[in-house]
Design a protein around this ligand. Structure first.
Ligand SMILES: Nc1ncnc2c1ncn2[C@@H]1O[C@H](COP(=O)(O)OP(=O)(O)OP(=O)(O)O)[C@@H](O)[C@H]1O
Ligand SMILES: [Mg+2]
Length: 224
């Protein structure tokens, strides 16, 4: 469904991604694991069209994403939760979720359907729907950011270090929520980055290791 082919990205003249080739099949769950500065966020930003490619290509359903500007890529069914959450603090959780549906120009019935799907998948978020995003705890904010990504992410979810900053108990809880989510939505593909492979192992099919902007290893079914 998503494939990066020999992607090269440079930032201010410095080569950051060096020939990254990465495939996420339909319904596939891939962990993108690497230490600080390895190029995880750069990979996500390239997929979303927020950084230009120097070389290589990114395909979605076999067609190049190059002709889609960043704001149109979510319309393909892609949801992106950046590493900093970027919720609007003065809006409620529900308002934060409604925004991307409105930005997509969806009909009211479809917007409502998308919202119901998120409440259904994340019942703990439904409880918080009227809470101001600025009043959420760190863990609740992570779940809200996941919910917002699900509004547009009907086919592919891109989660950049969702566990970062969570205390161990909350990270475990968040991992359970993700495991439940992928079990319920079999067709949903997932690319999730982390520095610690153990955190993503329970719900991914493969771990792709990135080091200094290069894919260093692909491990299928970790732990098996
Ligand atoms: N705006 C920028 N200007 C200059 N260098 C940048 C910029 N953004 C990223 N880089 C560099 O690109 C490299 C990859 O950064 P990237 O943010 O993709 O790593 P990451 O794997 O997401 O790391 P982290 O775990 O810290 O989030 C790093 O060496 C970083 O210093
Ligand atoms: Mg990052």
């Amino acid at each position: 469904m998503l494939s990066l082919e020999e992607v090269e990205v440079a930032i201010q003249g410095a080569k950051i991604l060096r020939g990254v080739t990465l495939r996420v099949p339909e319904g596939g769950r891939i962990g993108l694991v690497g230490r600080n500065g390895a190029g995880k966020t750069t990979t996500f930003r390239a997929i979303m069209g927020l950084l230009p490619l120097e070389r290589g290509g990114i395909l979605f359903d076999g067609a190049s994403l190059a002709r889609w500007p960043a704001h149109r890529r979510v319309a393909l069914g892609i949801g992106y939760a950046p590493e900093d959450r970027r919720l609007f603090p003065n809006l409620t959780v529900e308002e934060n979720l409604r925004l991307p549906a409105e930005a997509l120009g969806l009909a009211p019935a479809e917007r409502q359907r998308r919202l119901e799907r998120v409440w259904d998948l994340l019942p703990e978020l439904r409880e918080l729907r009227d809470r101001r995003a600025g009043a959420l705890s760190g863990g609740q904010g992570k779940i809200a950011a996941l919910g917002r990504a699900l509004v547009t992410g009907t086919r592919l979810l891109l989660l950049d270090e969702p566990f970062q900053g969570l205390a161990p108990a909350l990270a475990r809880r968040y991992g359970e929520i993700l495991a439940r989510l992928v079990a319920r939505e079999r067709g949903l593909a997932l690319l999730v980055s982390e520095s610690n492979p153990e955190l993503v192992a329970p719900f991914v099919d493969a771990v792709v290791t990135i080091e200094r902007g290069e894919i260093a290893a692909v491990t299928r079914k970790p732990g098996l």
